[in-house]
Design a protein around this ligand. Structure first.
Ligand code: C2O
Ligand code: CU
Length: 436
């Protein structure tokens, strides 16, 4: 922390090697290490600056996914960091406590750079405890555990498979699940209740998380913060880029396995090629023979997202294909939407091609109004920045586009919206908006 109170982080994007269980080490990329990156953590209201040095040998960027910040600090394709250069974005944290993340976003190369290992979590805390964040499990690495979930496939010589199957348009689905970069992972559970901050950092796979014994758990947060009250669940669907915080209760000595269950037709008719029928073990939970006591879950967690669709000044439609949005491929020189600062809009999201997609909007957190014409399930009642868009089930979201602290409006650089299936994003399913 500097004299003026700015919290400073340094990150170095570098090459490394990881042991993923192949006969030889896997060449990987990481921030400050061989794979993934450190968890960054800041408080609401705090000024932050990150000094990112690129040493991977290729131009890249670092995007703060879910963060409300000025467009030139966003780390999208307009803020390239050349090999050897250092980029120093800075902003003030102005949004609820939440589990955000960071990853590269170079135009056309996002899938490759993320898949090689450049990803990390960025947690925001609420020191004033205006919400009930402070009464949830919160000892990092003990009863508050980040889970970065990715699927990879390895060549015989240990290298990461980088070319997607020609059969599937969805992108690369792996056969090995890594959690925090570890194959075959387990966690020693030491408390009666453990909070897991689950990030789907995979490039294409949508997971339906269940426990092997079918146990119930509670979702306490979505992408952008706590939900109004804990949501009891037995399965949780996360598409690429989405996060959920869940609280899992265990009794002494027991074991259970977090899995991704096969859910045929989840992503649309016959989407076996999108991984709908795959069964993957994700993480084994091993409870100690004595567990520390945990506080009961609070009944109320946070106010519901206060975006009123009645305030919307317009509706925009976005139809997402595997290479286009509204039939157009991403153009770095074209602004697709100009939004008035402070205004609320309804964005109506659909699949253009009968395949599954999702939709991520930079800078904002939105409220899901309906999915396929029906009220959203409780697990979608909190702030979201990424949402699954299944074929035939349009999603309507309400978004308020506030200017972040320090932004003048029309600062020049645009923000992105895109499909977060990274192959689609890289192939052109992305557009640009400005807030003026
Ligand atoms: Cu997580 Cu535009 O990305
Ligand atoms: Cu897509």
């Amino acid at each position: 922390v500097e004299g003026d109170g700015t919290r400073v982080f340094t990150l170095r994007m570098q090459r490394g090697r990881s042991d993923f269980g192949a006969s030889r080490p896997t060449p990987t990329w990481g921030f400050d290490g061989d794979y993934l990156g450190p968890t960054l953590r800041a408080e609401i209201g705090e000024k932050v600056r990150v000094e990112v040095t690129n040493a991977v040998g290729e131009t890249s960027t670092v995007h703060w996914h879910g963060m409300h910040l000025p467009p030139e600090m966003d780390g999208g394709p307009h803020q390239p960091i050349a090999h050897g250069a250092t980029w120093k974005p800075h902003w003030t944290i102005d949004q609820p406590a939440s589990t955000l993340w960071y990853h590269p976003h170079p135009h056309g190369q996002t899938a490759a750079h993320v898949r090689r290992g450049l990803a990390g979590m960025f947690l925001l805390d609420d020191p004033a405890a205006k919400t009930h964040d402070g009464t949830l499990p919160r000892t990092y690495g003990v009863d508050d555990v980040p889970l970065i979930v990715q699927d990879v496939s390895l060549e015989d010589d240990g290298r990461l498979v980088e070319t997607p199957s020609l059969l599937s348009s969805i992108g690369l689905l792996g056969d090995t699940v890594l959690v925090n970069g570890t194959p075959g992972p387990y966690v020693d559970v030491t408390a009666e209740r453990t909070r897991f901050r689950v990030l789907n950092a995979s490039s294409a796979r949508t997971y339906t998380f269940v426990f092997s014994d079918g146990r119930e758990f509670h979702q306490v947060a979505t992408d952008g913060g706590l939900v109004p009250s804990p949501v009891p669940l037995r399965d949780l669907v996360l598409s690429p880029g989405e996060r959920a915080e869940i609280v899992v209760g265990m009794t002494a000595g027991e074991r259970t396995v977090l899995r991704s269950a096969p859910t045929p037709d989840r992503l649309g008719p016959r989407n076996r090629l999108a991984g709908d029928e795959d069964h993957l073990d994700v993480l084994e939970l091993r409870a100690a023979t004595r567990l520390s006591a945990s506080a009961p879950l609070p009944r109320r967690l946070a106010p519901a997202p206060d975006v009123d669709p009645g305030d919307a000044v317009r509706t925009r439609r976005f139809s997402v294909g595997s290479q286009t949005i509204n039939g157009r491929r991403m153009d770095m020189d074209r602004i697709d939407a100009q939004v008035e600062a402070g205004s609320t809009e309804i964005w109506d999201l659909s699949s253009d091609d009968g395949g599954p997609h999702n939709f991520h909007v930079h800078d904002v957190q939105f409220r899901v109004l309906d999915v396929g014409g029906e009220k959203p399930v409780a697990a979608l009642h909190g702030w979201k920045d990424t949402v699954l868009v299944r074929p035939g089930r349009d999603v309507r979201v309400a978004v308020r586009f506030n200017l972040p602290p320090g932004a003048a409006g029309d600062d020049g650089a645009p923000y992105m919206f895109h499909c977060h299936l990274l192959r689609h994003e890289d192939s052109g399913a992305m557009g640009q908006f400005v807030v003026v």
